[in-house]
Write a protein that binds this ligand. Sequence first.
Ligand SMILES: [Mg+2]
Length: 251
Amino acid sequence: MTLVHDTLIIDADDTLWENNRYFEEGKERFLSLLEGRGHDRSAVTALLAEVGKAHVARWGYGALCFGRTLREVYALLRSQEREQQNLIEEIEEEIFYHPVKPFPGVEKTLEQLAARYHLFLLTKGDWREQSRKIRISGLRRHFDQVCVVPEKDAPTYARLLRECGFERDRTWVIGDSIRSDIRPAVGNGLRAVYIPNHRPWSHEVDTLPFSHMVQQVDSFRDVPSVLPHQGGGGARQPLTLLLPLPQGERG
Ligand SMILES: [Mg+2]
């Protein structure tokens, strides 16, 4: 497949809309309740991070994995009260069904970019959870392709380049995560636009690689200002691609 336009691989959560905030709010509610029962807040925070890391590696990202982590931490703390079990279910549902409201200017910027670039939405997590967010965001129509993957690492991007026919010097990666967007992009020889998330998940925190391949902007609205301008023209071919990358096939 030869693409007329250069490709922009765009992240979804915390790039196009807010997401991590809902996890952080749920975590704070959980911590407050346990603190009220005499547990040390920082000790529970550390336990959540440790159990959460193992769960993400095993079950993947998303609300359901997060709920599973909260349940296991309960069990470890021997907290069996029904009230707490109800709270976990409530937190899990609130995250799963959280509102998806694009950041200011996202819609207009995507419209502008869609006239000049091949737009590829790449998001990681649970397929059902991510599909729901994409659908209710109202942004699906701007993308030529949409892809949900379990992990966004260097092998994921390498596979996209290989299977989708994206050329390295004609492809940009845009996102808020150094770990999942910027570092694996640069590792594959792609240019990247980094939009820092001011409420990042500790799992995603990383140092920005020093590279002439990376541009940093304050908001999604500023993305067009750092991209090479391209003329329009050429037929766009809307298509949907779901490309699961099973553990065994990565690497
Ligand atoms: Mg993100």
